[in-house]
Ligand binder design. Structure first.
Ligand code: GCB
Length: 593
């Protein structure tokens, strides 16, 4: 499924703006056919945004169940004879969509796009009524998992991950037109042969018209550097300017379908960053050179918008990554908006791309130790059906992000239970699937402290080791001397596995403005000392090729006695002001020697 574009043959119309919203806690709307007319008792809400925080109402914030969205869009006059498609960049966590009274789409999973061919319903110049029922319930058979509990006070959503269950239309919605014969998918894989860049492409097209596929590769200065014909092929670029960390140099592949009369039937533009990724021994190589990750686990999270994509925060967050000297981030704990990867591509920022499998661990309660009262893997909890949903989420992630040069590593889960036979049996096929879908990128998962070296049964399936560790925070709290010794001992054991290690989380909750001269958790000084302690450990272990602090910024969580206005492990506050740790990291990550 390709992104909507404006090209010589394609046009798109954004449906962002104010939509009508009606919550349906009782679940009456589907039976009562709310899609069949204008929504009654609806209020205005912005798209993209989570609905939870935009209205000052606890019932909206804590809503469990269906939320009905509606808007109208006028089909552009000029689209007669075109193929018309309605696309949602995401709907969290699932949706059913109607155009007029006709159901056109249904999708499971809150962080990947879906679309419907609505040509038969779209009359150029006329309006379409678009209704989407977006449901936010999490069960053991969803990614991420959760449990809806019936209580005397109503239904309550419980979940096992440490970020707020924001819901709604978080990303753009599009109506777009392509010709009836069109490019359906493009895959590019790049390689290097000495200083020659190699671009292998493959194009899928659909439609009735006779056609040949033609591709033209241009460099960033718009010079043609290679051309090809046929649905698959290899292009070679002598002396190619590579994509590299810090140098987001992009080529552009113009994919054209050409009719028998020589006219262009369809044209799609695919950006291409020529680079290689490889794991060799304990090294993580980009373009054959050892790469060391610096940066953060992030969240799509900001005040009022919740998880709604926002271009101002997009640009600002990348500006802060640059300021602090970060060269990478992980899309913890779900695939982010397409715009984020485009921006990372263009700015040479490296991405670890994670599927929304977080919370599959009943030994953890919202990121911290504590038992949830369930067995993680069982027929009643995370089961075969969950794994199929998980597999589908991986398929959609790879299909969406396969062409981004910034994406160098797939993360197929965050902190699942991984020290049991059941975990091993669950994950083995998912690793195999990811490698089959994309043999060009390494695959890993993020290991939790509950499954340390020697106990974890899943780590050996990965190409890299990704470790989240909270020595000096959740264990040895406040005792950085003991924390350092314990952490070094564990890390040295992992180093013996001979794989590159990326520390994907380490950090301490910190209240901005709280200070102390002695090591006191929650103070700005403690966050700095805690990071320093970690860095001493990392710098003494050769296999460590990356450090990503938890978290880039403070973020919202569910309510609980361990969270004060959310998770405060941000190096920046939720409104992106630096804590002392941001300055300390900047000194470490921007020093030149
Ligand atoms: C973790 C989780 C992350 C939490 C974090 C914490 O291990 O991966 O989602 O937010 O710990 O702060 O507890």
């Amino acid at each position: 499924m390709l992104r909507p574009q404006d090209t010589r043959t394609r046009e798109r119309k954004s449906l962002t703006g104010l939509w009508r919203l009606r919550l349906d806690a009782a679940g009456a709307g589907r039976g009562d056919r709310w899609f069949a007319g204008e929504l009654d008792d609806a209020v205005d809400v912005p798209v993209p945004a989570s609905y939870n925080d935009v209205l000052a109402d606890a019932a909206v914030r804590d809503h469990v169940g269906d939320a009905w969205y509606q808007t109208t869009v006028r089909v552009p006059r000029g689209w007669a004879g075109e193929r018309v498609v309605l696309r949602f960049d995401s709907a969290t966590h699932r949706a059913v969509v109607w155009v007029g009274d006709t159901q056109v789409a249904e999708h499971e999973g809150g962080y990947t796009p879906f679309e419907a061919d609505v040509t038969h319903l779209a009359v150029p110049g006329e309006e379409l009524r678009v209704t989407a029922v977006v449901n936010n319930e999490l069960t053991f058979e969803t990614i991420p998992p959760g449990v809806v509990e019936d209580t005397p006070h109503g239904r309550r959503q419980r979940y096992f991950h440490d970020f707020f269950n924001y819901a709604g239309l978080h990303r753009a919605v599009w109506l777009y037109a392509t010709p009836a014969t069109y490019v359906r998918d493009v895959t590019v894989v790049t390689d290097l042969d000495g200083s020659t860049g190699v671009v292998r492409y493959s194009v899928e097209s659909a439609g009735d018209a006779a056609r040949t596929t033609r591709v033209t590769l241009r460099d960033a200065e718009r010079r043609v550097v290679a051309t090809g014909e046929g649905e698959q092929g290899e292009l070679r670029v002598a002396g190619a300017h590579r994509w590299a960390p810090g140098d987001g140099y992009l080529h552009e592949l113009d994919v054209e379908l050409v009719g028998d009369d020589g006219a262009t039937l369809d044209s799609y533009l695919q950006t291409v960053g020529i680079r290689t990724v490889e794991v060799r021994g304990i090294e993580f190589l980009i373009n054959g050179e050892p790469f060391r990750f610096t940066g953060f686990g992030k969240h799509e999270d900001s005040a009022v918008r919740g998880k709604g994509h926002d271009d101002a925060f997009l640009v600002h967050d990348f500006a802060l990554l640059d300021w602090v000297g970060a060269n990478s981030f992980r899309t913890s704990h779900y695939p982010y908006a397409d715009e984020v990867y485009d921006y990372a591509d263009r700015h040479g920022v490296v991405v670890i791309d994670e599927v929304a499998a977080v919370g599959q661990n009943m030994g953890l309660a919202g990121g911290i130790f504590g038992t949830q009262g369930y067995t993680t893997f069982s027929p009643e909890t995370v089961n075969d059906r969950s794994r199929e949903v998980h597999a589908q989420a991986i398929r959609e992630l790879v299909a969406r992000d396969k062409n981004h040069p910034s994406v160098v590593l797939w993360s197929i889960a965050n902190e699942p239970e991984s020290d049991t036979d059941a975990a091993r049996a669950y994950f083995e096929p998912l690793f195999a699937l990811t490698r089959e879908l994309d043999p060009t990128r390494p695959v890993g998962f993020v290991n939790v402290m509950l499954a340390p070296h020697g106990k974890c049964q899943v780590s050996e399936l990965g190409d890299v080791l990704m470790l989240n560790r909270y020595y000096g925070w959740y264990v040895q709290s406040g005792d950085l001397v003991a924390a350092e010794a314990a952490w070094r001992e564990e890390l040295e054991a992992w180093a013996g596995d001979g794989k590159p290690i990326i520390i994907t989380e380490y950090g301490a909750d910190t209240v901005p403005g709280l200070h102390s001269v002695t090591p006191t958790p929650w103070t700005e000084e403690y966050q700095v000392e805690h990071l320093d302690m970690n860095h001493r450990v990392f710098d003494s272990v050769d296999a460590v090729v990356g450090e990503q602090v938890w978290n880039f910024a403070d973020f919202q969580t569910s309510s609980g006695v361990m969270r004060v206005g959310g998770n405060k492990k941000g190096v920046f506050t939720r409104d992106r002001q630096p804590k002392a740790a941001a300055h300390a990291l900047r000194r470490r990550w921007t020093r030149t020697s």
